[in-house]
Design a protein around this ligand. Structure first.
Ligand SMILES: Cc1ncc(COP(=O)(O)O)c(C=O)c1O
Length: 669
């Protein structure tokens, strides 16, 4: 199996993309024309493909050419072709067309952002019409003073032709899906090869899927790699120290984070039902041996009739403001989408929410930082809800505890040391005290996994390890794992997954773990190692955090300094900047309009992309920084400067309006 330093060529069966180094990808590509950018990207792809001449012949085949031209004929253009041939639609027109055909609530970054047509490293490129050409065009169409066109040879058609497009680079500090960086050559090459040779589902034996699953198991297993190798185990050597990971993991593939969490919860239910069943049988056996009755003694002589299966009721524990997916069970446990993100707001009967510690508002109230009482209360709620009239029923406890170790959508909430591990320990201890199956502990690493927080030690790429959560039963993975190709995985302990494997039909997901997903994910793991991106995330993230904190403490805008609390927090390249009113100004109320102004200023003035998020008390008032991991010190400086200018530019009037909005919200309850 390829180790941490294995070259990407081993993983992909091709040569490493040496010519498009990290520096070139992540470096400054401002000023490059669209065509040179596209050809640079193409060059990288060519070179990374150069060793496979047989693949080249497929690439250049006449069938491929006619396929491309027929796509163009029917108006389907790839991003590069549409960019290089320019579009006639203005941003507003395209946005209006989008609004007409997409659902009204389909999310958008900003309707006024020009179309994004290319990406490279941590830059995105928007296509804009050249102002000069536009000015010339409008002057021509407006005509001269005498009502005649200044340039009569400039017909409408020619004006259209003369309109040029330029590429405007944006620094992408918000896109954690392009984990390695946009248009990564290794992933592009892997996907290109897959689409030209084979892309089929995971029912077929394919080395890439097996290799990827082995690597995930190695990265997440609680036993160190050497302990599972028969050649290194001997009776005389002491057992290797166990790592903080999943016990004896197995992998399931799905195409998204939502589906990964849905499957994780399904596995948890299957495990709990089996455990409860076993405990019930044990209880029944014990009851029949301790108080023999005529009927029970007769039943001991004859095969016992199957006991009526109790209706299993499940109860989930989740964190306040969490987001685990847009559909099914994950949406039900996500207070971010389903029920406003606030503890105390109406919540499904089978879900309990754990209030998050709040380092802006809770400073004086340390007792609320101990999660154990709230966890025990949730477990009690679960027992009450599931208590059955049968005296032989087993008191059920929580089926699953699902969490992000660094809650993102909730508002980049940095949990205090030990808080989450105490919550997990309390949930497990409560189950043990009540003789019931332990809750299945599900660490959602869809946003935080694969080194975004930096490595803790060799191979420690997961947020649960950073926050000391011991041995989760299941880890879910998604977004960044295939650098933008649809991907999700469930890594579950074999013991927990056994109930699901044993009592259910074969598991199958058409696109989960398809060949393309497998090779893209393998290439992503390989590039992470070769480019040492987790290490880079730790170094750049630490510098960025200090830079942001310094910038915030030196803001000159008097109103901002005196009326707002701006807290900067984070680990690695997972950073949040919370904007709230000060206690004196407005009792720590969130200031979402100010946060949104800052993000818009960064976008429009500095061409830097960041987003706003947050639930409950932090509602949309946290600026989220989670860039591709190729983000470097130069980009970090650019981001700090953009934010500084944005905070300096917050108008006093806006703070007043925001305060009035807070008043109104308070009055409305
Ligand atoms: C923590 C977390 N889990 C799960 C999901 C769902 O992933 P997907 O959008 O791939 O379904 C998301 C998406 O943002 C997420 O942030």
């Amino acid at each position: 199996m390829a180790g941490f330093d294995s070259p990407i060529s081993t993983l992909l069966g091709g040569s490493p993309p040496s010519s498009l180094s990290l520096g070139k990808r992540a470096g400054d590509v401002r000023g490059m024309s669209l065509s040179s950018l596209c050809s640079a990207l193409e060059d990288g792809e060519e070179e990374s493909n150069s060793s496979s001449s047989d693949k080249e012949s497929i690439r250049e085949s006449p069938e491929r050419e006619s396929y491309s031209s027929s796509l163009l004929e029917i108006g389907i253009k790839t991003s590069t072709t549409s960019a290089s041939t320019s579009t006639s639609s203005s941003t507003a027109l395209l946005a209006a067309r989008r609004a007409r055909v997409l659902g009204a609530n389909v999310a958008t970054v900003d309707a006024s952002l020009p179309p994004i047509v290319a990406g490279s490293g941590c830059r995105l490129f928007a296509e804009e019409e050249e102002e000069e050409a536009e000015a010339e065009a409008s002057a021509a169409s407006a005509g001269g003073a005498d009502g005649e066109s200044e340039n009569p040879t400039l017909t409408k058609e020619k004006i259209e032709k003369k309109k040029k497009t330029k590429l405007v680079p944006f620094l992408d500090a918000q896109n954690n899906v392009a984990h390695l960086g946009h248009s990564h050559p290794a992933v592009a090459a892997a996907l290109s090869t897959a689409f030209q040779t084979l892309n089929t589902n995971s029912r077929y034996l394919h080395p890439a899927l097996v290799e990827h699953a082995e690597q995930l198991v190695e990265l997440l297993s609680s036993s160190s790699p050497s302990s599972s190798s028969p050649s290194t185990s001997s009776s005389s050597s002491p057992p290797p120290p166990s790592r903080n990971g999943v016990e004896d993991p197995v992998v399931y593939y799905v195409p998204s984070g939502t589906e990964a969490n849905d499957l994780a919860l399904r596995i948890a239910r299957a495990f709990h039902e089996e455990e409860e069943e076993a405990a019930r049988s044990k209880k029944k056996e014990k009851a029949s041996t301790s108080s023999p009755s005529p009927s029970s003694s007769s039943s001991s002589l004859s095969p016992s009739s199957p006991s009526p299966s109790p209706t299993h009721r499940h109860h989930y524990l989740a964190l306040e403001g969490a987001y685990h997916g847009h559909a099914g069970e994950p949406a039900r446990v996500s207070s971010y989408v389903s029920f406003g993100g606030k503890v105390g707001s109406p919540c499904p009967e089978d879900v309990s929410l754990l209030r998050l510690p709040d380092s802006v508002r809770d400073k004086s109230n340390n007792s609320s930082w101990d999660p154990a009482p709230a966890v025990r209360a949730a477990a009690l709620r679960a027992r009450r809800a599931s208590s059955s009239p049968s005296s032989l029923s087993t008191p059920a406890t929580l089926t699953a505890f699902i969490f992000e170790s660094f809650p993102s959508c909730a508002g980049q909430v940095l949990l205090p040391e030990g808080w989450l591990s105490s919550a997990v320990a309390a949930a497990r201890a409560d189950a043990e005290e009540h003789g019931s199956a332990p809750p299945v502990v599900i660490a959602d690493e869809v946003q935080t996994g694969l080194g975004r927080l930096g490595p803790l030690a060799s191979n420690s790429l997961w947020a649960f390890q950073h926050f000391g959560v011991r041995n989760p039963d299941i880890v879910t993975i998604g977004k960044p794992a295939a650098n933008g190709f649809p991907f999700g995985a469930v890594v579950a302990s074999r013991r927990v997954a056994a109930a699901f494997a044993g009592n259910h039909p074969p598991f199958f997901s058409t696109f989960g773990g398809c060949t393309a997903a497998a090779v893209a994910a393998l290439a992503t793991l390989g590039a992470l190692r070769i480019e040492r991106l987790p290490e880079r995330a730790a170094e750049v993230g630490a510098g960025l955090l200090v830079g942001l904190q310094k910038m915030v403490s030196s803001i000159e805008n008097e109103k901002v300094r005196s009326e707002l609390v701006i807290q900067v927090r984070g680990v690695g390249l997972m950073i949040g900047i919370e904007v709230a009113f000060s206690e004196e100004a407005r009792g720590f109320a969130a200031a979402p309009a100010v946060a949104s102004f800052v993000a818009a200023h960064c976008r429009n003035f500095s061409k830097v992309l960041i987003s706003c998020d947050g639930a409950g008390e932090r509602r949309k008032s946290v600026l989220k920084v989670k860039p591709p991991l190729c983000f470097g010190f130069e980009e970090a400086e650019e981001l700090v400067e953009a934010l500084r200018m944005a905070f300096e530019a917050v108008p006093g009037e806006m703070l007043k309006l925001e305060e009035e909005a807070v008043e109104e919200a308070l009055a409305a309850g």
